[in-house]
Design a protein around this ligand. Sequence first.
Ligand SMILES: Cc1cc2nc3c(=O)[nH]c(=O)nc-3n(C[C@H](O)[C@H](O)[C@H](O)COP(=O)(O)O)c2cc1C
Ligand code: SF4
Ligand code: SF4
Length: 430
Amino acid sequence: MADLSIDLAGIRSPNPFWLASAPPTNTGYQVQRAFEAGWGGAVWKTLGDPIINTSARFAAVNFNGQRVAGFNNIELISDRPLDVNLKEIYETKKRFPNHAVIASLMVEPTQYKWHEIVKRVEDVGVDGLELNFGCPHGMAERGMGAASGQQPDLVQAQTTWAKEVATTPVIVKLTPNITDITVVARHAVKGGADAISLINTINSLAGVDIHSWNTIPHVGGKGAHGGYCGPAVKPIALNMLAECARDINVGVPISGIGGISTWQDVVEFMLMGATGIQVCTAAMHHGFRIVEEMIDGLNNYLDDKGLTSVHELIGQSVSRYSNWGDLDLNYQVVARINEDNCINCNKCHIACEDTSHQCIDMLTNAEGKSILQVREEDCVGCNLCSIVCPVDGAIDMIEIENGMAPMSWNDRQKMIGSLNNSYTGAEVIG
Ligand SMILES: Cc1cc2nc3c(=O)[nH]c(=O)nc-3n(C[C@H](O)[C@H](O)[C@H](O)COP(=O)(O)O)c2cc1C
Ligand code: SF4
Ligand code: SF4
């Protein structure tokens, strides 16, 4: 069995599975039960000055029978007294010395406030700190959370203030509500961040009730934007992770968060550069015990791949994530329908006919059976037919050897540029 333990910027935990700062990590009781269930670490529900929460505060987006495809919340940071949280962190750490307990922090952007809270939480024995610059609602109106996280200079300054007194590793948690996450990531690193974590939740409104015309959720008939998370945000999180992982000016370990609910998701995040991962929505939807499947699945996967440590996964796919301009324009795939598996539902034909390149023909074979066939010379390899096909293995996307040398858009522009440079008026006239 492979070694699942990780070391994220000096924070050690028995496995890469951490609970994210959120309702599952609100109390010592919960975090200790989570550790008993198998979680390797927990980022405590964000600590700061006392707040008041609204009721209601959660909403889910269900899609085509899938419950909680996305999750929306307007909850703020911890509504429990700091002293109570600190006492429970101390007790939890004492009972689970080898598990990672991280304190998530959010205070006003002043040096004094950061110094004070960092010292207080480190006194009770946390393994690290996570600075929460991501909460998109409620705290932002007071100049904290995403309001801080959207200003690179403020992220840098606050990270510096935390680092001035911190003796444990400092992780900076980034907001996705920004155009280019690497800008803020770089500023966090300039401020001294030992690691970054991403993503926090994405600005969202879960829905509008078409009967009452109220927002979902609403608080006495009024709504406000919340933060979106859960399976729906995974592709957004993965892209932001990849952007940071491949940026040489970031260059610190990353804790990956956003839509993770299976061991396969964990593998994807680690391949794309995460040293460890954090989970919130999946634990809220299915309970702490989902970690059992994650541990088993990851163990089996590593064994199948012949890997001895989960560390061997970290970043293996980063170099495969590139800019569009570097992709090979001469690489070609075409769709091929496998008659043995096809159930003749025609979905692929309709998709290609109505919204792609009209190259799936409806034919009749020698036995008089209707079949579908792709005219490969007209197929642009868009993948749409294989995406809409309900049967695994009915459509394969096949790589075609077209004899053309690789050429990216950037190569092409360079070539055109050099042709233009060698082009003279005399040649035109002559
Ligand atoms: C109800 C709720 C409350 C949250 N509270 C916090 C918080 O206090 N601090 C924080 O850093 N992130 C908070 N988050 C964000 C999560 O830690 C996490 O970044 C986000 O939910 C994405 O992960 P997921 O898709 O696994 O849920 C909260 C999320 C939810 C759903
Ligand atoms: S890959 Fe695209 S173009 Fe080719 S057959 Fe399928 S839908 Fe049509
Ligand atoms: S969508 Fe798939 S199963 Fe349906 S006709 Fe096309 S290949 Fe066959």
